[in-house]
Write a new protein. Structure first.
Ligand SMILES: NC(=O)c1ccc[n+]([C@@H]2O[C@H](COP(=O)([O-])OP(=O)(O)OC[C@H]3O[C@@H](n4cnc5c(N)ncnc54)[C@H](OP(=O)(O)O)[C@@H]3O)[C@@H](O)[C@H]2O)c1
Length: 226
């Protein structure tokens, strides 16, 4: 069974991407910090006929992230698609917001660890086997500010732009290898409760883009606009 591993799997994009791939025959490895929340998602997906399993880990603890991906590989027999999209909907130690002029090494470092280094660590855990197989897909998610930054997200947008740059370059390096890498910039507020006037979309509206990038393999970046 082909397998998708979602790093930062929650009830929004995580669940919608799991359903998109799961309904097409993928097994789903769900990675986030809170085991109870992951177990709820596993149950939900199971009721829909999708095989999923939980592998708790924290992207800020890179050894735990690598261990979780290794356990997912052992459980499913390999990882065919990796998707990286953690979001600090409940507090993450050290994660705060700062405008560009407020940015300091201290408030940038945790964001870099969270957005960029976690993604690189996740990719390094699965890429060697993908290269050997000559097949695989690496998908990474940020907000629209990775492309067109907004001042209130100064210390988020800079590491997200670094991730974006690295993913596009990784895909160039992997050309002809059978492994495809792509970045998704979600340029909307997901779900309800966003700032007034800000465009919104549901996870279900956005998730098919991930299947398209995996299936068509024709671009290393997609921007989702409302
Ligand atoms: N929400 C928006 O409006 C919005 C807008 C633009 C782009 N995005 C992008 O969309 C993606 C998130 O989608 P979503 O908002 O719908 O979230 P989601 O998939 O519902 O949830 C993300 C999950 O990430 C997990 N997480 C948080 N910190 C973590 C950590 N340190 N290690 C491992 N897992 C962690 C959380 O679970 P635990 O707390 O259990 O760890 C959370 O449930 C992100 O890439 C974000 O940049 C979101």
């Amino acid at each position: 069974m082909p397998t998708l591993a979602i790093v930062g799997a929650g009830p929004g994009m995580g669940l919608a991407i799991a359903r998109t791939f799961g309904s097409r025959g993928f097994g789903i490895a769900l990675i986030a910090r809170t085991k109870e929340n992951l177990d709820t998602l596993v149950d939900q997906l199971g009721q829909e006929g999708i095989m999923a399993a939980a592998f708790p880990a924290d992207v800020l603890d890179r050894a735990s992230l690598t261990d979780a991906l290794d356990a997912a590989k052992a459980r499913f027999g390999g990882i065919d698609v990796l998707e990286y999209s953690p979001a600090p909907h409940s507090p993450v130690p050290g994660i705060t917001l700062a405008t560009p002029s407020e940015a300091t090494v201290e408030n940038l470092q945790p964001q870099i660890e969270y957005i960029f280094y976690g993604a690189v660590a996740a990719a390094r855990a699965v890429l060697p086997a993908m290269r050997e197989a000559g097949a695989g897909t690496l998908l990474f998610t940020t907000g629209g500010g990775s492309v067109d930054p907004v001042p209130m997200l100064g210390n988020v947008n800079a590491p997200a732009a670094a991730l974006r740059n690295w993913v596009v370059n990784l895909d160039k390096e992997l050309a002809g290898s059978g492994v495809h890498a792509a970045h998704v910039a979600i340029n909307v507020w997901i779900g309800e409760g966003g700032p007034e006037g800000f465009p919104t979309a549901t996870p279900e509206q956005i998730a098919p883009l991930y299947w398209d990038l995996h299936e068509n393999r024709d671009r290393s970046e997609a921007v989702f606009n409302a």
